[in-house]
Design a protein around this ligand. Structure first.
Ligand code: ZN
Length: 372
């Protein structure tokens, strides 16, 4: 079935880079992999399905040869703003929830992104990045904790629609209860590092766990959905510690909606099970779509066979280049449409039921969960 008419609520994605930062071949190629290794970017990305197929589809869109040189030349001939809007229109993305924690000086900020895109954009608050800034700014643990608690506690009032934690690839998802004393002790060496370097990367387990527990309480008070990165992702992730099964203790205590990201890939069966048994667990499909490419239907067949359609949400987790949003939307609609067609052919769902499931997964579930 052709799912293009169903608008997408992209409930997990990141900001775009300014056009200069994506215009040459090396810059362009590197965003087709989660690897940060230049050898992977230069030698192996051109041999990946995500890159090859993506380039073919994009070249069709601009009517050029499916080579990187021809595509970049055709792309450079487009006014950039108009090109971005065209991709978002064709992807039929109606609302974007954006995590601005993953970005540098050459990224669009919230006001710039909202002005650029033809869809509504709402911000999410990334907790570890906030904590890092506060460790640099404050001298004592008590001051830092007070600022963190107040900022997170006012997230909804300040326009944030969700909290987001990347603890999975800092210290892992096996989040434990931590005493205030242990968290305060862990603050001391980090503050020393911040004084020396002017920057700190928060990867202290007692402090990460303590702050996520504080943030969970604040999310409950505001009825804010809480997104956890799970499964694969940035190259600093220890995949073993990113298995969503580690979250059981958090899930059983938390009184706010928990959105477990990236289908937990490759642990999507584990995550589908968690979504099926716990009322406060939602399953996101982003990053696994588009990166799993031809594996997307197999993944969706398993997930839809186990979890409730009302608990599954499509997103792109796209970043830096507008092309990634469009490619993720295309791979996602293709995979979901294909699996739902099979369900209809096998007599599992009526066409109307399959269409309603697609509407729920592509947008309606997120619209309700985030009160959009
Ligand atoms: Zn993300």
């Amino acid at each position: 079935m052709d799912l293009n008419p169903i608008p997408i609520v992209d409930h997990h994605a990141h900001s775009l880079l300014k056009p200069e930062a994506t215009a040459d071949a090396a810059n362009f190629r590197q965003w087709f992999t989660e690897s940060t290794d230049p050898e992977i970017h230069a030698r192996h990305v051109p041999h990946s399905l995500f890159f090859r197929t993506g380039l073919r589809w994009l070249a069709e869109l601009l009517g050029c040869e499916p080579t990187l040189e021809a595509y970049l030349a055709a792309r450079a001939a487009q006014p950039y703003d108009a090109w971005v809007r065209r991709l978002f229109h064709e992807a039929n993305i109606s609302i974007l929830l954006c995590d601005y924690g993953y970005q540098g000086a050459d990224s669009y900020n919230h006001a710039e992104l909202q002005a650029l895109l033809p869809c509504r954009v709402e911000p999410m608050l990334r907790l570890e990045v906030l904590a890092q800034e506060l460790i640099v700014q404050h001298d004592t643990f008590d001051q830092m904790l007070e600022a963190f608690t107040v900022t997170v506690g006012q997230a909804r009032a300040n326009g944030y629609v969700a909290l987001k934690s990347i603890i999975a690839y800092r210290t892992g998802l096996n989040i434990a209860p931590v005493s205030r004393e242990d968290a305060a002790a862990a603050f001391v060496p980090l503050k020393e590092e911040a004084r020396r370097a002017g920057y700190v990367r928060l990867a202290s387990k007692p402090l990460c766990d303590y702050l996520v527990n504080v943030a969970l309480a604040q999310a409950e008070a505001q009825e804010l959905p809480f997104q956890f990165h799970t499964g694969f992702g940035d190259s600093d992730a220890d995949l073993r510690a990113a298995n969503p099964l580690h979250l059981r203790r958090v899930i059983e205590r938390a009184r706010c909606p928990l959105v477990l990201l990236h289908a937990g890939w490759p642990f999507y069966r584990e995550l589908a099970h968690l979504a099926a048994i716990y009322p406060n667990v939602w399953m996101d499909l982003s990053l696994a779509i588009p990166f799993a490419t031809t594996g997307i239907p197999a993944m969706l067949r398993d997930i839809l066979g186990m979890a409730h359609f009302s608990k599954i949400m499509f997103a792109t987790d796209a970043f830096v280049m507008p092309e990634i949003f469009w490619l993720a939307a295309r791979w996602g609609r293709w995979g979901l449409g294909r699996v739902l067609d099979e369900f209809i052919a096998d007599g599992f769902l009526s066409p109307a039921e399959a269409w309603a499931a697609a509407e729920a997964i592509l947008g309606e579930n997120a619209r309700h969960l985030y009160h959009l």
